[in-house]
Design a binder for this molecule. Sequence first.
Ligand SMILES: [Zn+2]
Length: 196
Amino acid sequence: MVYIQNDENELATIIYHSDRLYGKDTMHVHADKHHVSLIKNITAYNKSFACDICHKLFDHHSHLIRHRKTCSDKMRLVYPGGFYTSGDSVFDELKHVGIVIPEHLRYSKFFVTFDFESVLSPTPRGQEPHDLTYTNRHILASFAICSNVPGHTGALCEIEREQSTLVVEHLHAIRETAIRENLVNFEWVFDHLEQV
Ligand SMILES: [Zn+2]
């Protein structure tokens, strides 16, 4: 085990702890900035010892060793919001009120693919922080979108410099259609929910 001492030499803290236990054969080593030295008598080494994990203080080395066997990172971590547990999915919640969604309806069959091309454009100099230099920036040059959503199955290609919001608008429109198409399959669910 390797220890360091504070500036006043009043407190020793473990900085390295072997995963294996050697009992009385454990070697204790003192480390300072430039060298290490063997501690022959650990009880005389310091009157105060600190746990490197939870920083708890002990006035006997043997108490620290006993504590160190059970102290772990797990004990130090506090989760104010509790541990993560996966909550019920919307399908689980529907099941609680007697609505079972068939497996084939749990996944949307619709998808969109899209691709961008961009060009590099030199940036004006002199506005960056002193240790950072931006030489060019990517500017949207063209994009292509295609999907299997009814009404949007033809490939849409546009050459529109710097019109990146157009891409989002097109994707939004396709999404709206996909939602409408999907809702047709779930009308019975909404009807059922109104009666619950
Ligand atoms: Zn501890």
